[in-house]
Write a protein that binds this ligand. Structure first.
Ligand code: GAR
Length: 193
């Protein structure tokens, strides 16, 4: 059984998928806490499942580094085996990544290395791509440059908007994320992916 801290910024649909998976006694991971960099609506999912939450507001700190240190302190209080970035829309400072690597994974709504960054779905539409995808990666100090653990293609269809494409990608992300956490609990070595 492994323990997870999950970080979010938004609606937390991927978080919810993990919470649901982890409520099955057979699933080999437990979410010990959920954190956010803002007053994220997705924290309500954690509360519904009785999982403790914490918020370290990015805008309350003078620098990314100071925010990162406060966040790291909160994460460490839970001593998780794995940190899951599940829609966290901030870059972690290198000091935080270095402190926890390689045990940090991120879910991203594109087929990396295509469309890294905060606007992956918008960028795929703007590029006129015929397909995009979902990727689960190990977090390193670049922007979505870490080793790819698993990824899957998702088609872009005629008339897609950022929203409709994202709604097609998210169920794929949820499935890949739940499977990846299971694989890590089963011994997948994040140093060698
Ligand atoms: C997900 O699609 C996730 O991949 C993306 O934010 C969404 C969060 O959705 N993350 C990024 O774009 C990070 N660069 P959710 O809050 O409903 O899980």
């Amino acid at each position: 059984m492994i323990s997870l801290v999950v970080l979010i910024s938004g609606t937390g649909s991927n978080l919810r998928a993990l919470l649901e998976a982890a409520s099955d006694a057979e699933y080999p991971a437990r979410i010990v806490a959920v954190g956010a960099d803002r007053d994220a609506p997705g924290l309500a999912h954690a509360e519904e499942f009785g999982v403790p939450t914490f918020t370290v507001p990015y805008t309350s700190f003078e620098s990314r580094e100071a925010w990162g240190q406060a966040l790291l302190e909160q994460i460490r209080a839970w001593n998780p085996d794995l940190l899951v970035l599940s829609g966290l829309m901030r870059l972690l400072p290198a000091s935080v990544v270095d402190a926890l690597a390689p045990n940090i994974i991120n879910t991203h709504p594109a087929y990396l290395p295509e469309f890294p960054g905060a606007h992956a779905v918008r960028d795929a539409i703007a590029a006129g791509a015929s397909e995009s995808g979902a990727s689960i990666i190990v977090v390193d100090n670049g922007v979505d440059t870490g080793s790819i653990i698993v990824q899957e293609r998702v088609p872009v269809v005629e008339g897609d908007t950022e929203q409709t494409l994202h709604e097609r990608i998210k169920p794929v992300e949820r499935r890949l994320l739940v499977q990846t956490v299971l694989d890590i609990a089963d011994g997948l070595d994040l140093r060698t992916v």
